[in-house]
Ligand binder design. Structure first.
Ligand SMILES: [Zn+2]
Length: 415
């Protein structure tokens, strides 16, 4: 993983922040967030988050943390809303919060009430006692973090430099568990989140960023030393048979499909994708779950799988089967939720055409491209993970909790 830090660029971001009346540290935070965000093998589309702690003009400690709706790649200072730190620390000593209560706490303590919601991982950023905190969902890390023996692998690579966190649902629970873990191992330089990703931190922008790049590089080197190839993102080099695409699109536009009015597709076929789609166990591997929890919100817990020579009837049957499977997943898991859940539409967001290529689905080109990007990263992660051992992401109950998160449901019920 190439370290993209450039001293001239960093100085320019710091100087521009200063000229705009902002802390130089915020300028550096924007800069390293962007050089993280522009690398698909660190974060994709709104994934990951970053923060910086500064002192405001009144001498109060505040934190700028990534706001929802912003991508690290293109982030600007308004995308890192400022939150007062003291009330967040006070809340840690009080009762457990629900995720909506946590969001309310963060919103109440925004310096600008019109700013976007701080990241759902903001409390963890707040509780880590470092000026800079960086969080990514790196491809190489996810190939190793989605293994049952992920902790042993982490120890082998990093020794005590990282602390290991078993899977915890993002939001309030993850924030507290991560902060407690850090307190237990205050000499660590980062947190390894099983089935999720990596946190690093440091006193300076470079220290936290360098640690992220170094740790990801260590994960890549571990794979390489085992002879496991993890080629970078590749260009799509094959077209889909137009007749097949037409049949798939027709199947997806029928009935009460969310795509009845508008369907965009993003087909891609690369050597890595074809390798994944040629795996003899594709039908079992592909439905185990997503490579990092928040992907489930974009691509659902499992894809639709069809053959390259499928007829229109085959495709209709596969879609019917998908919907039945999705309803069964909802009905198995909804009764365990603490509040009543409303079922999302049971239609796929990802199609895998065996041995051929994958199709990201969306109501518009951007949504389809995002689904395609996540599908492609998943293929690359699973190729490597299955050579390390067995790709073992979070279980179905945890996937459900994430897909039907109260914060996501709240948005849905408002509509
Ligand atoms: Zn995350």
């Amino acid at each position: 993983m190439e370290n993209l830090w450039n001293e001239n660029d960093a100085n320019r971001y710091a100087a521009e922040a200063k000229a705009a009346g902002q802390p130089e540290a915020l300028g550096l935070r924007v800069y390293t967030s962007r050089i993280i965000g522009q690398v698909a093998d660190l974060v994709l589309h709104g994934g990951g988050n970053t923060s910086v702690k500064v002192t405001d003009a009144n001498g109060d400690a505040i934190m700028h943390v990534k706001g929802s709706g912003w991508d690290l790649e293109t982030i600007e200072a308004p995308g890192l809303p400022a939150v007062k730190l003291a009330p967040l620390h006070a809340a840690r000593k009080e009762k457990k919060l629900s995720d909506p209560e946590m969001v309310a706490l963060l919103r109440t303590n925004l310096l600008d009430p019109s700013a976007p919601n701080p990241s759902v991982e903001a409390l963890l950023h707040a509780y880590l006692p470092f000026n800079f905190v960086d969080h990514t969902h790196s491809t190489a890390v996810l190939a190793l973090a989605n293994q049952d023996h992920s902790e042993d692998i982490m120890r082998e690579i990093y020794g005590d430099r990282l602390a290991f966190l078993p899977y915890v649902m993002p939001g309030y629970d993850l924030s507290i568990a991560g902060a407690d873990l850090y307190d237990q191992f205050p000499d660590c330089e980062g947190l390894w989140l099983k089935n999720h990703g990596l946190f690093t931190f440091g006193d300076t922008a470079t220290q936290s960023y360098d640690r992220m790049i170094d740790f990801v590089t260590d994960a890549e080197n571990y794979l390489a030393a085992k002879g496991i190839a993890l080629p970078g993102p590749e260009s799509s080099d094959q077209e889909i048979d137009p007749a097949l695409l037409e049949k798939i699109e027709a199947g997806l536009r029928t009935g009460n499909s969310p795509f009845a009015e508008s369907l965009a597709t993003d087909f891609r076929s690369t050597p890595s994708i074809r390798k994944y789609l040629s795996n003899g166990n594709l039908e079992t591997i592909a439905v185990r779950g997503t490579a990092t929890p928040d992907h489930v919100i974009r691509i659902k817990p499992f894809p639709l799988i069809v053959s390259a020579n499928a007829t229109a009837d085959d495709i209709t049957a596969a879609i019917d089967d998908y919907k039945a499977r999705y309803r069964a997943y909802f009905e198995r898991n909804a009764p365990n939720a603490s509040e009543k859940k409303v079922m999302l539409d049971p239609w796929p967001r990802m199609v895998l055409v065996k041995e051929t290529g994958l199709i990201g689905l969306g109501a518009n080109d951007k949504a389809a491209r995002i689904a395609g990007d996540l599908g492609e990263q998943t293929a690359r992660i699973i190729n490597a993970a299955e050579q390390v051992g067995t790709f073992q992401p979070i279980n179905e109950a945890d996937l459900f909790d994430m897909e039907y998160w109260s914060l996501e449901q709240a948005k849905l019920q408002k509509k």
